[in-house]
Design a protein around this ligand. Structure first.
Ligand code: CA
Length: 260
């Protein structure tokens, strides 16, 4: 504590006292005291400047943090989704579900493959009930005909139906999977007749169409490029998973969680 010799007011620090001198007793000060006032005023100014600078730095730091957070929120998911969906061009593939669904499941399949038949009759319906119908998952099918000539024929039929009667594609697709035994041209044609608006004659022509053939080849290239060796092979947001419902469900759930 220090006391003002002019008015007996008390101050914690000398600097405060000297500031007080300058404000209240300017005319009573000797030259030595006037020096002290000037010194105290300089110190006060410096402190003020230092505080302002500190605030500026804090603000800047905060802004950098906020900018980083904004960057992370906006950009990281975009980058992630670029990587996640990058292995496949899916816009020409048949899709089931809401196009805005955040999780993408892709199946590479062969209509003659028995595990794919099980996948279509047991796994896909569960996926549909739990995630596709709710708009959380969209499902794509890509042909990977590997078993025999009938696989190739059925894949072409699928491409033809997708191009000419897309509304009925999934009915045709599941009906083909429900048939056990060789998918002959006649059987494929009668299946198309039963599930789509395409006549038997039309689909028979479709089976030899250049467009259907080329689409199947594109599908095979995608499969080969990604190292797909067997069917069904399943990807969830660009990452390969097992093909059981539990494995797919767990991948879907972890992608849905990451999103939140
Ligand atoms: Ca295709």
């Amino acid at each position: 504590m220090t006391e003002c010799e002019f008015c007996e007011k008390e101050f914690d620090e000398k600097t405060e006292l000297h500031i007080h001198w300058g404000e209240e007793h300017e005319n009573e000060l000797n030259s030595h005291q006037q020096e002290k006032v000037k010194k105290a005023q300089r110190k006060k100014e410096e402190n003020k400047e230092a505080k302002t600078q500190k605030r500026r730095n804090l603000l800047l730091k905060g802004l950098t943090g906020v900018t980083l957070v904004i960057f992370a929120v906006i950009t990281v998911p975009q980058i992630m989704s670029m990587f996640q969906s990058s292995p496949f061009q899916l816009d020409q593939q048949p899709m089931m579900g809401d196009e805005n669904a955040s999780v993408t499941v892709v199946e590479f399949g062969d209509y003659q493959c028995s595990h794919c038949k099980t996948f279509d009759s047991e796994v896909k319906p569960q996926l549909k009930n739990e995630y596709i119908d709710s708009g959380e998952v969209k499902f794509y099918y890509i042909n990977f005909p590997v078993i025999n000539e009938n696989s190739e024929l059925a894949a072409r039929a699928g491409e033809y139906v997708k191009a000419n009667d897309p509304e009925n594609f999934w009915d045709f697709h599941s009906e083909l999977f429900s048939i056990s035994g060789p998918l002959t041209q006649e059987l494929i044609a009668s299946t198309a007749n039963k599930t789509t608006n395409i006549s038997e004659e039309e689909i028979e022509e479709g089976l030899t169409s250049e467009e259907a053939n080329s689409n199947v080849n594109t599908d095979k290239e995608v499969a080969n490029k990604n190292g797909v060796k067997r069917t069904p092979t399943v990807y969830v947001n660009g990452e390969r998973t097992g093909n059981s419902y539990e494995e797919i469900k767990s991948a879907v759930e972890s992608n849905l969680e990451n999103e939140n």
